[in-house]
Design a protein around this ligand. Structure first.
Ligand code: PHE
Ligand code: ZN
Length: 890
């Protein structure tokens, strides 16, 4: 493993040299691109005389105020350029570099994809283009000129407005772009290539016309409509809910097939992974449509939360990402199905962020150090960061939160700031004390709330709450945090069964005080007792805790099965209802596991079956029904455990699914038929953009039913295969069917998958679905099928979407990845080693499949360690992978 240099938040120093303006000239040639950069440098009072710039591009020449610098007048080491004795007055630095975008497989900096050129600069890609401080607190005005062959690169784009274009000799042409807003280098973007443009426009609330331009390959232009509509919805929503209006006259979106992440918010020129912008119902599932809408909104919202106000340094990443995820979640919730969206967000957080927070790479929402910043685009920074923003909202309410946002923009528009600045704006706008709240940014680990409760004298409910934060590799002992705990009380008495009980707030117990049916309690101490008083007397009171998932914590309360069924049936908070069901599922899987370990018969799970019976009959909406039938996944069940045998937990979970499938076989068949009728009845709804949330709900329910039906009777696959063509006009159906039969050992499964691959062989995004199915299957021949997939003409390790589809999915395939002989570990480690040579960022992400190492039982642990040690022994291993693997092995 190479030397690891860490960067620390505590070492932050203000920049010595600013770059308030920069002119870039890209001369695009067949094999290379020549870049001439002219940086206006402004020394600051703290400047020491040596200008330090970051860069890894081939350096051709340097000049100060037009005077060429001889090679012995500067040093270039470890991609750091130091120029001593620079002027103390503002000066101009000319840097010329030479890039080889066609050889760049890291997809950072300037790279080629399908013959076109694209940039990716966040977080530190700009230094692969030219030499620059390349840190977000150095902001400047960019003017960019691009020249290229007209036939190969008819479209030439950069940030801001096009200020000129024209012809050049030799069938070449040029365009010049100017972005009037000062921005950090990570928001710079350039696109050159043969793309078609789909146009629309948006009129802002103050009446300005904004041109909307979506650039895609010609063959993808038919899939762009939904993204454009999503953008218009997002623009309108940001005006109405946040009062934020778009600030340029043009907003461009470019789709690219090779992209490391989801999308990028470059000022005025967003660049999207095709998977996050293209969608039509033939090739995209309803979930894909929802993702496109969410990501389009997310990138658009960054224009204010990220671009107009940006981050002082990369430790503050959650300042823009946590806030922008919160905003996109709220947008999606306002669009449709708020309660289901919230549950999906929580389920996602628990399945992915909780394990991260309990594993070797755990870090606070604001990390204290990093080796490779790319490794910190994490679920903690994004998803837990969004929960942290949501907690301000929970404490302050919508009006108070918006007051805080207004003060934040008033104070910081055009600046690069910190998470503390955001917290101060929320506090100052509301006169609210968020001092202790700062710990949410500095302490990693999911807090645990141990809650007990008792009914006293029939009219008081006493809560005892103890909070603790588990130790993480970066920090052993932690302080109590400020946690919003939203609560309600329900009666389980016969004469008032399921009714909410109005109570007085603990800070106001006087008899004439108002009563509430819900309250946000503020926890601040390691242990506290809270008294909730009410009128009248009750015999059985059930507390509803952490309503709406009011904080990202693990809450334990010793509910009886009966109490859980009361909450599931009667709670007015959809999250709390879902949580009651989740608790029953978790208990049932744990009981199955205990039975498997001791060799006793599996329990009957009467309470759970009764609860499911209720869910299947309840009139609560199809989408809600579908999520209530979702059983927690393995990764979530592992969080916080030691000595895990993944196969036993897997079998315990599968056994529960088998029981549900067989017990409710008839109900699932009936519900499936009903959902089919309802979906068809509503088929008029979707025009013209082919997705409609109500229909999507019915399809989601159908797919849940399908999975249970085929689980109970695998032989049913023959009938499914026959009827398949009727469903093959809509990807949500195709995907649901293929998922339902994907573990089936019968030959029909292979036939259906091969048909699917043949039908979509030239659609890269759908082929990713095919590779996902191959890699996720529990079938015995999966390892062989994965080998075949690696050689499939549509597969490429160099394409992140494909690599993730095949290898990322394999890392989640419990029985095969965790095969007892270690073959799964060896396979994935080998592939990661290959990818690491050209795309360290993707390799490091895939390596996180090994995060579970220290929690495994000893045999698997040592097999896994052996593979990781082999990777770590490679002297050429990237710092990206080195950082992750180093943490896992520690
Ligand atoms: N800033 C992007 C987003 O969250 C994510 C991203 C990070 C994309 C780094 C590319 C590289 O919207
Ligand atoms: Zn973002």
């Amino acid at each position: 493993m190479p030397q690891q240099t860490a960067h620390y938040l505590k070492d932050y120093r203000a920049p010595e040299y600013l770059v308030p303006a920069i002119r870039l000239d890209f001369d695009i040639r067949e094999e290379h691109t020549a870049v001439a950069a002219e940086l206006s440098i402004q020394p600051q009072p703290n400047a020491g005389g040596t200008l330090v710039l970051q860069g890894s591009a081939e350096l051709v020449s340097l000049a100060i105020n037009g005077q060429r610098l001889p090679e012995n007048s500067y040093s270039l080491e470890n991609n750091t350029l130091s120029i001593p004795n620079v002027p103390a007055q503002p000066f101009s630095l000319s840097v010329s570099t030479r890039l080889y975008p066609h050889a760049n497989k890291s997809l950072m900096g300037l790279y080629a994809s399908g013959g076109n050129l694209y940039t990716q600069c966040e977080p530190e890609g700009f230094r692969k283009i030219t030499y620059h401080p390349d840190r977000p607190d150095v902001m400047g005005i960019y003017t960019t000129r691009i020249s290229a062959d007209r036939a190969r690169y008819p479209v030439l784009l950069s940030n801001g407005n096009r200020t000129g274009s024209g012809s050049l000799p030799d069938n070449r042409h040029w365009a010049e772009w100017h972005d009037p807003f000062a921005k950090p280098s990570y928001l710079f973007a350039l696109v050159a290539g043969d793309l078609v443009c789909t146009r629309d426009s948006f009129t802002t609330k103050s009446g300005r016309q904004v041109a909307l331009e979506f650039f895609t390959r010609a063959e993808d232009a038919g899939k762009v409509r939904f993204g454009i509509e999503s953008l218009k919805h997002a623009m309108r929503w940001d005006e109405t809910r946040f009062g934020l209006e778009y600030d340029l006259d043009i907003f461009m979106v470019v789709a690219v097939g090779d992209f490391n992440m989801g999308a990028m918010e470059n000022k005025g020129l967003n660049i999207f992974n095709t998977a996050c912008v293209l969608a039509d119902s033939r090739s995209a599932t309803d979930a894909d449509f929802e993702r496109v809408e969410g990501v389009i909104a997310h990138e658009y919202f960054h224009n204010w939360t990220g671009n107009r106000v940006t981050c002082r340094d990369w430790f503050q990443l959650s300042l823009k990402e946590g806030l922008t995820v919160f905003r996109d979640q709220e947008f999606s919730a306002d669009r449709a199905s708020r309660e289901v969206r919230r549950i999906e967000n929580v389920a996602f957080l628990r399945a992915h962020q909780f394990p991260e927070d309990a594993g070797p790479t755990a870090h606070p929402v604001r990390p204290a150090s990093y080796v490779e910043m790319n490794n910190f685009y994490t679920l903690t920074v994004y998803e837990k960061g969004a929960e942290v923003v949501r907690m301000y909202h929970t404490f302050l309410g919508e009006a108070g939160f918006q007051k805080g946002m207004q003060l934040y923009f008033q104070r910081h528009d055009g600046q690069a700031v910190t998470c503390d600045d955001f917290r101060a704006a929320m506090a100052d706008a509301n006169g609210f004390d968020f001092e202790q709240f700062a710990l949410w940014y500095s302490q990693a680990g999911t807090p645990v709330l141990e809650v007990s409760g008792s009914l006293q004298a029939g009219n008081r409910f006493m809560l005892n709450v103890r909070q603790s934060i588990p130790p993480t590799p970066d920090m052993a002992a932690k302080q109590p945090m400020m946690i919003p705990l939203k609560v309600a009380l329900f009666s389980a008495d016969e004469d008032s069964f399921g009714e909410p009980i109005p109570f007085r707030l603990p800070e106001n117990l006087s008899a004439d005080a108002n009563t509430h049916t819900e309250a946000v309690l503020t926890l601040q101490q390691a242990e506290e007792n809270i008294e909730l008083q009410f009128e009248g007397a009750y015999r059985q009171v059930v507390p509803s805790l952490l309503r709406g998932f009011s904080a990202p914590v693990n809450l334990h309360y010793a509910y009886s099965d009966h109490e859980l069924s009361v909450l599931l049936a009667c709670d007015s908070d959809p999250f709390a209802r879902w949580e009651a069901a989740q608790t029953l599922y978790r208990r049932a899987i744990a009981a199955n596991e205990a039975a498997l370990v001791s060799g006793s018969p599996l329990p009957e799970h009467r309470a759970l079956l009764q609860a499911i019976d209720y869910v299947l009959r309840a009139d609560i909406g199809a989408a809600f029904q579908a999520v209530l039938l979702g059983v927690p996944g393995e990764a979530e069940l592992w969080a916080g455990r030691k000595n895990i045998d993944p196969l036993i937990i897997h079998r315990a979970r599968e056994a529960l699914l088998d029981l549900i499938a067989s017990h409710f076989a008839e109900q699932f068949a009936a519900l499936n038929a009903e959902a089919r009728r309802m979906e068809e009845e509503q088929s008029g709804l979707a025009e013209p953009y082919e997705y409609h949330p109500q229909q999507a709900g019915w399809r989601a329910l159908r797919n849940v039913c399908r999975a249970f039906i085929l689980r109970a009777s695998p032989a049913h696959i023959a009938e499914v295969a026959e009827r398949y063509p009727q469903m093959a006009h809509n990807m949500t159906h195709e995907w649901g069917i293929l998922c339902a039969i994907n573990h089936n050992e019968r030959p029909e499964r292979n036939r259906l998958l091969e048909q699917f691959a043949a039908k979509f062989r030239s659609d890269d995004l759908v082929m990713c679905k095919y590779f996902t199915l191959i890699a996720a299957s529990h079938r015995a021949d999966t390892p062989a099928q994965i080998q075949a997939a690696l050689a499939h003409p549509a597969f490429s390790l160099e394409n992140p979407n494909k690599a993730r589809a095949l290898l990322g999915s394999f890392g989640r395939n419990v029985p095969h990845f965790h095969a007892a002989d270690g073959s799964g570990y060896a396979f994935l480690a080998g592939q990661i080693g290959r990818i690491d040579r050209f795309n360290p960022q993707i390799a490091a992400r895939l390596a996180q499949a090994f995060n579970i190492c220290a929690q495994l039982e000893p045999q698997r642990r040592s097999l896994m360690r052996a593979e990781l040690e082999k990777l770590a022994a490679d002297p050429a291993l990237s710092k990206d992978s080195g950082e992750i693997i180093g943490k896992i092995l520690q």
